[in-house]
Structures are given as C-alpha cells and as structure tokens.
Design a protein around this ligand. Sequence first.
Ligand code: MEV
Length: 321
Amino acid sequence: MDRPARAAASAPGKVILFGEHAVVYGEASLSLAINRRTRVQGEPRPDATTVNGYPLDTVHHGYIHQALRAGWQGGPLRLETHSDIPSASGVGSSAALSVATVAVLQRLRGEATDPRQVALGAFETEFETQGAASPNDTTVSSAGGGVLLAPRALDLPGVQPLWEIHRGERRWAAHRVRLPSLPLVVATCARKSRTSEQVAKVRRFVEHNAFGRDVVKEIGRITLEGLHALDRGDLRRVGQLMNRNHECLHTLGVDSPELARLIDAARKAPGTFGAKITGAGGGGSIVVLTEEPEEARRILEPLSLHAFVVQPDLHGVLIEA
Ligand code: MEV
C-alpha cells in the first residue's frame, strides 16, 4: 500500500455501563461507543512536529507524544485535532485521541487500517501515558458498538469474540455485544478528573485491603449479571445493577460531591431505572438508564456542564482521508 501524503482518522467516545476500575484488575466490563468523535489529521512538515499549530509538548500532548514515540520513525508532522467529546470527563476523550492518532500514523506508514492493531497500539499509548490502564476504552473506541471485556473468551448469546489483549500477567478477551436500544443520558459535572489519579487511588485501596479486592470482584459479577439482564431486555434489572455498581464505585473512593448531586437528581427523575458514574470518577460524568431520556436530560442540564441523550456509534475507528 502507498504512503499517502496526508491521512485523517476519527474515533468515538464511550460510556461504561458496568465495570470501570474493576476491568483494570482483569474483571469484566461492558461499554458502548457513542456518537461523539475525535478527528486527527496528519501530514509531513519540514521542521518540528506541531499539534494544532503549537510545538509538540510532552505535557499538553501526552497521548500524541507517546503514540509518535512508539509508532513513528518518519520526519516531523503537522497534526490537527478536533473533538466533540468533553475532555477529562469520563466519556473516552483520551482513548478516542489515542485511537485516531495511532490510525493516522498507521495510514502514514502506508499500512492498511486494522482495528485490532489500532486498539493494541492505542492501549499501549494510554498505558504508558497514564502509568496504568485497561484496554477497555481504546478497544471500544476502535471497535465501536457494544463491547464486553472479560478475563477469558465467553460463549454467550449475542456475544462474539473480537480479539485478546495481554499485558504482564493480565489478559482480557474483547467481545462484540449486540445490545438492545438503550435510552441513556450522560451528565458531566464541572469537576474534571484525571484517569491516572483515580486509577492510582483505587490501586492503593485494592493493594492494601482485602475488602477492596472483594469490591472489585463484586463489580465483575455485577457486569456479567448486567449482560444477562440486557440480553433478556430487562431494563429495570439493568438499572438496579447500575445502582449497585455505583455503590461499589463509591466504596472504592471515586465518587465526589458533584457526582453524588447528579446521581441524586437522576434517581429522583421520573422514569429512571438506574444511574452510576461512568469512567474513572472523581469528577467527570454519570450515565443514566431511563424511560424518559429527554426529561432526564432537561432535569440534569442545569446541574451539569454537559447533559446529552446518548446515541450509540456502531462504527469504531474510521479512516477519513
Ligand atoms: C476509565 O474510562 C476506565 C477505567 O477503568 C480505567 C481503565 O480501564 O483504564 C477507570
């Protein structure tokens, strides 16, 4: 395949229905790609690499810097990024940036786009930049649609194996999941949150506390029960399990007063089945399963930085030029 003079790729954000944090320890997680995307465009330039017109900087462009370090031996590049995914808000902005950047570099190297290779490269990018990560967010962003990560390949109705990911002693099996249409709302609080800090906080708890490890295992069980409830189309049960998952995240220490306020308002809204943190927590977003998504969005909007009804995105990474 020829090396193009210019390449562009986009990748979606995500919501996690079940399993954040626990997935870092190899437990199951279930996520959905959403129709908010990050687009990256790249082309050679004569002198130093720039991002959106600024010199490449390890602090401000950490994910791009890492993706280039691992996957680019060519000359300087002009990179432009554009995103409609709220940043540092638990809805997958860094994974989408990593996925789209890795895909652009793959194209500029003259290689065909392979979502699995993109997902693996983007996972390494996230892991090295954050100091720890699971492949959850990068797999969902690369594959699109509903994605289940589990400690081993599962043979279940509506679930098809995608690929496996290894790092150190951990192993995750990624699956495509056919999800029913889910009326979901995301609300984002004003407090931003760094995934690396929340993951490190949970690690301190889990490493030193057997109860913490039990909570992580309980999240894994909730995720698999949630998967079965979704397969039956039992949204009431799914909502109850989301609430239980939220209580576990609260116990792991990643709740915050801002998120608790949103959860409280969401649970009081008419038609709510359940609500939980989505993503790393500390700040960021909640996800609500509700019979009345427009009404929930209207109630949460004045309390949030962003509140939107989720539309799934069945496309993962896309090459756009
Ligand atoms: C963040 O969106 C999800 C976490 O589980 C971290 C990870 O899986 O890398 C908190």
